[in-house]
Design a protein. Structure first.
Lengths: 235, 302
């Protein structure tokens, strides 16, 4: 039964979504099945979030309990999870049952710090802690690209040399100073790089990969729908 | 234990393969139905006639996959080219076992509705069997709770199947963070602290692909990546030892299973790829001679 039921569910859900693609969503419910499935997915995902919180708390709390290396950071992780989650789920309107309790405990002038509105504690954490950290991580990508490019573009053999030359041309084309340099030879040169390297070789290879990937995805979906592929269930 | 259902077997028993001649008829029908005049007449109908070409392609594709799967089931030998990246998975786990270090597996950062994630989880099942066999520690950080639940199920199943249910640690698969870069920072920290001997990235990745792969490279791990996103492939190619490109990601779980039934699907896929290449060549010729409008309209699905 542990295998049969998921296979039946996968078959019915997969078939329904394929069939729905061919029907007008404004005329018949089946045409809107994809939207319905996505709504269900969101609802199930919301409940599954509890599993995530349990996992993150269990793993980190165990490290804190054992005082293992970096336990303080793990403690901060657990505190951060609740610091962001509690204000988001806490009722803060005067009319709500839970909110009226807060209003009876705290002075009304402090209530703005609760909830998720502007100037709230949640908003402050998001704008001044969460967002800058995310942006810092993203900004680091530039340095990682530089180090990866250095390794990838070393002219070790013919292919790598071709890659290096192509990369130099594209970089010259993308940088204003480089483009000015290319125009010293011919005004059409930047346009040629755009047309032949980016719009020609690059697009051709990307489309080849996309077609292959789309077929692979369709083939895997078909195998799952028909119950041939069961590896996603650990079978 | 009851007999397990296999929808493929039911299709074969019904001799549904005989629908192949029908496909040819449908191709002809699609040429007629897909004509602009016909599509406009039924523009307000319940059935979207303008998408009929997709039905034709779906039938051809399904027919090819089912036919090759049938041949594979019948014992016919099918040649599947070697995928170096997939062969390297077992070697990477072996290296981790020898070094006494963990294997890090990331099933992408997309949610479970993404087929790349499903492919990643399928490969995870195969990797978990090998790690269970050799008692190699496995770390699977995930970004979405649904992926957490699915991955836990797969890894637990793999350990049970290898008779190592007792060795299974519930925190092998762990939820790390919902934010893309918080997830990346945590995984990068994991790589630098625990120094896994092998990092396997299989699934949907975005801007964090290079952040993860470069850190893994700096930590000295053998790295195998697989994604169907062309914009992330150069990063993985630059920073990883092996990279599965596009369709190879979807083929990997079948390839690792060595089951002829699953390999049949891959051959069917290759057959359709040949048809697509022929279609592209025909289209190129027709458009070059300026007589290809009807042909390109055939593939213009709204």
């Amino acid at each position: 039964m542990r295998t049969t039921i998921p296979i039946i569910v996968a078959f019915l859900a997969g078939t329904l979504l394929i069939v729905s693609f061919f029907f007008n969503p404004e005329k018949i419910w089946i045409g809107d099945a994809k939207e319905l499935a996505l709504q269900w997915m969101t609802i199930v995902g919301g409940f599954a979030l509890v599993l995530g919180v349990v996992s993150i708390v269990r793993v980190n709390a165990r490290a804190v309990q054992r005082k293992s290396e970096g336990w303080f950071y793990k403690l901060m992780t657990v505190i951060s999870v609740f610091a962001m989650a509690i204000p988001a789920i806490m009722p803060v309107t005067k009319e709500s049952v839970g909110g009226s309790i807060f209003y009876s405990i705290f002075p009304e002038s402090c209530m703005g710090y609760l909830g998720t509105g502007s100037n709230s504690f949640y908003d402050w954490l998001f704008n001044y802690v969460d967002a800058p950290m995310m942006e810092t991580m993203f900004a680091m990508l530039a340095f990682y690209i530089a180090s990866a490019a250095y390794r990838a573009f070393r002219a070790r053999n013919t292919e790598a040399t071709l890659l290096l030359l192509t990369a130099i041309l594209v970089m010259l084309w993308r940088v204003p100073m480089g483009e000015a340099f290319l125009r010293l030879f011919s005004d059409n040169l930047p346009g040629y790089i755009n047309t032949y390297v980016m719009g020609g070789f690059n697009v051709a290879v990307q489309r080849g990969i996309i077609i292959g990937a789309a077929l692979g995805a369709a083939s895997m979906s078909l195998r799952i729908i028909l119950g041939i592929e069961r590896t996603y269930m650990g079978k | 234990m009851g007999k397990e259902i296999d929808i493929f077997s039911i299709v074969i028993k019904l001799k549904a393969i005989r629908i192949l001649p029908v496909i040819l008829l449908t191709i002809t029908m699609s040429l007629i139905l897909n004509s602009q005049a016909f599509a406009q007449d039924f523009g307000d109908s319940v059935f979207l006639y303008s998408r009929i070409t997709v039905i034709v392609l779906l039938l051809v594709f399904s027919g090819a996959v089912l036919l090759y799967t049938k041949w594979a089931k019948a014992g016919k030998k099918l040649f599947i080219r070697k995928i170096a990246g997939v062969d390297a998975v077992e070697d990477a786990v072996g290296r981790a076992t020898e070094m006494g270090k963990p294997v890090l597996f990331i099933p992408g950062i997309a949610d479970v509705e993404d087929i790349e994630t499903i492919a990643g989880i399928a490969i995870l099942g195969r990797v978990a069997r090998v790690t269970a066999q050799y008692d190699t520690p496995l770390r699977v950080p995930v970004r979405y709770p649904m992926v957490l639940a699915a991955s836990q199920e797969v890894v637990e199943g793999a350990y049970a199947e290898m008779g190592k249910a007792d060795s299974y640690d519930k925190d092998t698969v762990r939820y790390v963070a919902g934010e893309q870069f918080a997830f990346t920072a945590t995984v990068n920290g994991m790589m630098m602290r625990e120094r896994p001997a092998a990092n396997i990235y299989m699934g949907g990745f975005f801007a964090e692909s290079l952040l993860l792969a470069e850190t893994g490279n700096a930590a000295g791990a053998i790295q195998i990546a697989g994604t169907a996103r062309p914009e992330q492939l150069p990063f993985f190619v630059a920073a990883c030892d092996f990279t599965l490109m596009g369709e190879e990601l979807y083929a990997a779980s079948s390839y690792l299973s060595h089951e002829p039934l699953l390999l049949g699907g891959l051959k069917g896929q290759d057959f359709v790829k040949v048809l697509i290449i022929i279609s592209i060549l025909i289209g190129t010729l027709l458009v070059t001679f300026d007589i290809g409008d009807w042909y390109t309209n055939l593939f213009d699905v709204p």
